[in-house]
Design a protein around this ligand. Structure first.
Ligand code: BMA
Length: 818
């Protein structure tokens, strides 16, 4: 019998004054001569003492809850909070304990962020410095009947990292912060979409586990297919205090086996075969059946839901095959959903992953500047059929390979490869984000002067760990990467590609010049939704207002937003224009890129848009903003990642059918003038085979406009419709928009019907302008005269529904000038 008791109550938080640190700080967290002075106005340790603390939690959220700091996500409060990351923090609690008759009691820490000294009743039981690991300390001999005290002292992450940097020599990175010198979520130190909020705290559960005789220490199920049979090799490790034989029972989907561990044995493998199980598939390819796999040792039970499926990676094309079928990846990059990951609940993950699935996404790439995510994350991905590509947590820097990092990296990799082995969604381990590219292309080699940069991790240690512990999953050394260390890593013709010249320098039409095998990152910024900006920023909202600029972390971000409008959209005259047009342009840019990459299948095998989500309210590349609201890009992703895509590309119609059924029907191509008059019409019967792309040249009558500035093309096949113009919007002679609109209560919100009297370019509705809780089902839509659009708005309460049909809620590109 084992007993688990969480220790989540009664914690307090105290800032340890600098002069008291020597006595409490762990080795390596000293301050001697390396730490810069705190840059914010720092309350002294005496000012923050005995504050009630949440466990799991972190210092920032505790101080916020206690009213000691302002919300780091609002205005520019971030700038006044730097001292937190430079302070030593003490968490303490007291608890009573009575001997429970067990031989062993362990203190189990599932996550300590990061430089921690764990002290029980005055005795140090552990000194740790890795947020990505869990720890277990045998403490039975230290526990007292009656009152006990548990203290966890967190040294400053900055002090630790800066000291390591001084000892090992500096290494280049994309940011001036020392994130590569500590095993902690890198983006906590600030990123080009994230604030600098260097956390500390007991960020995952902590508790006491008592047991006798033996304990199930580790279960690592490796699931493969053997022909049409499912096979699972269950690797089990036990920890034991005695030598009596131990019975182990393993069962899944009607198959079961018992095995015995003899005296002295601590590890065994049990193989179960399940004849012809229903297979687990990514969404769009089949169902996600899962089976309970249980492992029993005495009265201890470990159980996870596994899915039978096989993964292969074609290393030339970077093509994923699931159960033998090539899968075109319609992906998004995932960053930590909050700078304070303790706030990311299962409900929030469900909402976010459901948003990904709702945008017709089939893969999430967990980016290397973040975390190995929680069990909930992968469990939800399993359930929703979202494939997961997991980066090891290394990003955008040269990383030292010396101790303690070599041992820490090996330990965290072993733990997480084991922890995540049961999840069918997890299909790829990747060594890092952009570190191989940085080393090859960003001038790092000269600056390194021969110092280690992480190559030993990406080419040796990590692939060894994956091959040993989980040979069922492919490993790829980094992204971008071309398949061999001596090849240029960001070569479009091999492996994975990151495209960043668009956004940084080029017009988005440059996506058309790429023929990637696999586009693993490309993105374009847009501001957060209005309601999110309004919540996060006080005072005037103007694109160049200082507080608005504080929520833009990319170099020259707002200049790039404006430059990116190019000739595609008019110049904004005010904040409302800026907000609408730059959001729209973000959506267009990505729609432009993704439709081209999909049309290149099977030469191109995947597109992973940068990025799905945000960690706070910010102007960024995200489709869903920091408050969880969907930006126009989200709706664009849903269209451009749909199973069936119709796009007019360079004088051709591309018909992408990524479904299991053929797509046939009559393709209609109609050339109109901007008044709606039909100028030419062509039709053709088409059949697009399942999982294939057909490209048809446009017939001359619809390919060549009489006047490119005054005409447009409507292509239609079945339910799918695409409107394209022959010229950029800024050159099209649009009539001034006119429409009839009405809003009426419907269901749990309103139905807004808009009937066009003129062409309406990119008609969109932004109900969050009226009520932060209001959402619209779709946007934008381009209408021809006489056509109608019906928007469904979900909203609690709108005092004046007619506002749904007026500026700035309802807008289009050719709306009347105000
Ligand atoms: C890539 C990513 C991130 C970054 C993004 C936008 O480099 O890997 O590091 O946030 O581009 O610049």
């Amino acid at each position: 019998m084992s007993i688990y008791r969480p220790l989540h109550d009664g914690w307090t938080l105290t800032a340890v004054p600098r002069d008291a640190e020597a006595a409490t700080a762990p080795p390596g967290a000293g301050t001697a001569g390396v730490a810069a002075a705190p840059s914010g106005a720092a309350p002294s340790g005496a000012e923050v003492a005995g504050v009630p603390a949440a466990v799991p939690g972190c210092v920032h959220t505790d101080l916020l809850a206690a009213g000691i700091i302002d919300d780091p996500y609002l205005d520019d409060n971030e700038t006044r909070l730097t001292w937190i990351g430079r302070t030593t923090w003490r968490y303490e609690t007291a608890f009573t304990w009575t001997p429970d008759g067990h031989e062993r009691t362990d203190l189990v820490c599932e996550g300590l962020d990061t430089v921690a000294t764990v002290v029980l009743n005055g005795v140090t039981v552990g000194v740790t410095a890795n947020q990505h690991r869990s720890y277990r300390f045998p403490v039975r001999h230290l526990l007292r009947e009656g009152g006990n005290t548990l203290t966890v002292v967190f040294g400053s992450a900055y002090d630790y990292a800066e000291e390591r940097r001084a000892a090992l020599g500096d290494r280049p990175g994309a940011y001036a912060e020392p994130y590569q010198f500590i095993r902690k979520m890198a983006c906590n130190f600030g990123w080009d979409w994230g604030p600098t909020v260097v956390t500390a705290g007991i960020w995952r559960p902590i508790g006491l586990e008592s047991w006798s005789g033996a304990r199930l220490a580790e279960v690592r199920p490796l699931v493969t297919l053997d022909g049409t049979d499912g096979r699972v090799d269950v690797h089990v490790r036990v920890e034991r205090t005695g030598e009596e034989p131990l019975a182990l029972d393993v069962a899944v989907a009607g198959a079961a086996a018992q095995t015995w561990l003899a005296a002295g044995e601590r590890e065994t493998t049990v193989t179960l075969t399940v004849p012809e199980p229903d297979l687990w598939w990514p969404r769009g390819y089949g169902g996600q059946p899962r089976h309970d796999l249980t492992v029993r040792l005495g009265d201890q039970e470990w159980s996870r839901r596994i899915g039978f499926r096989a993964v292969e990676l074609d290393r030339e094309a970077f093509g994923l095959r699931i159960n033998g079928e090539p899968v075109f990846v319609r992906g998004v990059n995932w960053i930590p959903d909050d700078c304070f990951p303790n706030r990311v609940t299962r409900e929030r993950l469900r909402e976010r992953l459901t948003q990904a699935a709702g945008a017709n996404v089939n893969l999430l790439r967990v980016w290397g500047g973040g975390l190995y995510e929680s069990d909930d994350f992968y469990d939800l991905a399993d359930e929703l059929g979202l494939l997961v590509w997991q980066d090891f947590p290394f990003a955008c820097a040269a990383y030292p390979e010396e101790e303690p990092f070599r041992s820490e990296v090996e330990a965290e990799a072993r733990e997480n490869v084991t922890r995540l082995a049961s999840h069918p969604s997890l299909v790829l381990w990747c060594g890092n984000n952009e570190n191989i590219e940085g080393h090859a292309d960003w001038g790092w080699q000269e600056r390194l002067e021969g110092r280690s940069w992480g190559a030993g991790f990406y080419y040796d240690l990590l692939p060894r760990v994956v091959a040993e512990l989980d040979p069922t999953r492919p490993y790829w050394p980094g992204s971008p990467y071309s398949g061999a260390p001596d090849l240029p890593p960001n070569d479009p013709s091999r492996g994975t590609l990151h495209i960043w010249d668009v956004w940084n320098r080029e017009d988005y039409t440059r996506y058309a010049a790429y023929r990637p095998r696999f586009a693993a990152e490309f993105g374009f910024q847009g501001p957060a939704t209005y309601a999110t900006m309004r919540r996060a920023i006080s005072g005037e909202l103007a694109s160049d207002a200082p507080l608005v600029l504080h929520h833009q972390k990319a170099i020259d971000g707002n200049d790039k937003l404006l430059r990116g409008l190019g000739e595609h959209l008019p110049r904004p005259r005010d904040f409302d224009d800026w907000h609408y047009l730059t959001q729209l342009n973000q959506a267009r840019a990505i729609e432009f890129g993704v439709s081209r990459f999909r049309a290149l299948a099977p030469h191109c095998t995947g597109s992973v848009v940068w990025q799905l989500n945000d960690c706070w309210p910010v102007t960024s590349w995200a489709a869903v903003d920091g408050d969880g609201r969907r930006k126009p890009l989200w709706y664009a992703l849903r269209r451009v990642y749909a199973d069936r895509l119709l796009a007019v590309i360079d004088g051709e119609v591309a018909l992408v059918n990524d479904s299991a059924e053929p797509w046939h029907g009559e393709l209609s191509l109609v050339r109109h003038d901007v008044s709606g008059k039909v100028l030419a019409e062509e039709t053709a019967g088409v059949t697009v085979a399942p999982r294939s792309v057909t490209r048809l040249p446009l017939p001359a009558a619809v390919a060549d406009p009489g006047d490119p500035a005054a005409e447009l093309l409507v292509a239609r096949l079945g339910e799918t419709r695409a409107v394209s113009f022959y010229d950029e919007d800024t050159r099209v002679a649009f009539p001034e928009a006119a429409w009839d609109a009405r809003a009426e209560p419907a269901g749990d919100g309103y139905r807004v019907t808009v009937t066009a009297r003129t062409v309406l370019r990119e008609l969109a509705l932004f109900p969050d302008r009226l009520d932060p809780g209001a959402r619209v089902d779709d946007l934008p839509v381009t209408l021809l005269p006489g056509e109608s659009a019906v928007f469904h708005v979900t909203a609690g309460n709108l005092p004046d529904p007619a506002a749904l049909t007026a500026f700035p809620v309802l807008r289009c590109v050719n709306e009347p000038r105000r």
